[in-house]
Ligand binder design. Sequence first.
Ligand code: ATP
Ligand code: MG
Length: 316
Amino acid sequence: MDTHASQETETGYAGPSARLAVEGRATVIAVANQKGGVGKTTTTVSLSAALAQGGARVLLIDLDPQGNASTGLDVRISSDEPSTYDAIVEGLPIAQAVRATAIDGLSVLPSSLELAGAEVELVQAMARERALARAVEPARAEHDVILIDCPPSLGLLTINAFVAADQLLVPIQCEYYALEGLTQLMRTVNLVEENLNPGLSIGSVVLTMYDARTRLAQQVVDEVHGFFQDRAYSTVIPRTVRLSEAPSYAQPITVFDPESRGAEAYLALAEEFATRLGIAAFDAKRATRVAKETKAAEIAAIEAAQDADKRTGDEA
Ligand code: ATP
Ligand code: MG
C-alpha cells in the first residue's frame, strides 16, 4: 500500500507539516474513515475544542447529515437556518452560516438532515467535487485550522472533504478488524490526489477507544503503529464513560470534565497535532489552564445560583 512514505523526511512530519502551515492560511484537515462509529465526531469535536482553548482560531465543518458534531457543541439549527448544505449546494458564503460556540475561538458550520440530499443534488452540479473546497477557501484567512467531520461513507460529501483538505486525520478504533477498510480509504485518497487534489495524503492516524484491560487493544496499537509508523499519533485515546457521556451534555470533553482521562488524552493529541502541523497560535499550557478555569467558573456559577435560591427560600 502506498502510504506516501516518500514525502517523509528524517524528522518524520517536519517536512510535509512545515509546508502545510502557511502564515495567514488555515490548514484544512478532513477527519475521515468510512467505517461507522470509530470516533470521528468525538475526535473532531474534542480536538477542535482543545485547540481553541489553547489559543488557535478553529472552524469545525460538520459535513455529516447526522449533525452530531453540531449538537455536541450545543449548536442546533432549524431547517430554515443556513447550514453546510447551503454553503456547498447553494454557494452561500460560509461566513453567513458559521455559528459561535461556548468556546472562545471555536466556531462551527452546522449541518442538518438536509445535507443528506446534497449527495444526490450535487451529482448534477458542475465541478461537483469542488463545491466544499470553493466554500472553504475564504474561511482559510480567518482561522488557524479547519477540521471537517466526515460522514461514514466514501460518497460525494466525503470526496468534497478530500478535495478541500490538505490532509486527512483518520481515527482508527482499537478493535479486531481495525485495519479493515483502510485499503479502500487509501485507494480513494490516491484517486483524489491523482485527479483532483495533488498533495493530499493520509496525514496521520489516531487510535481511539483503547481499553487497557484487553490484550487485543495493545495488539491493535502495535499493528497500527507498525503499519503507519510515525504517521500514527503516539497519543492513544482511551475508551472512557465520560467521553461517551459528554455529547448528551452538548459539551466537548475538555469542557464537560477537563480533568478526566479522555480530556487529558485529547489535550495531548492537540499538542501533538499542533506541533506536527506547525500551528504556532496553539499553546498547550494555555489549553489545560483555560479548560480547568472554564469548569471552575461553571461550578462557581452553579453554586452561586444555588446559594441565591437558598437565600430566597430562607427569606420566604
Ligand atoms: P459515525 O460514523 O456514526 O459518524 P463516528 O465515527 O463519528 O460515528 P463517534 O460518534 O465519535 O464516531 O463515536 C461513536 C460512539 O462512541 C459515540 O456514542 C461516542 O460517544 C462513543 N465514543 C467515541 N469515542 C469514545 C471513547 N474514547 N470512549 C468511549 N466512548 C466513545
Ligand atoms: Mg460522526
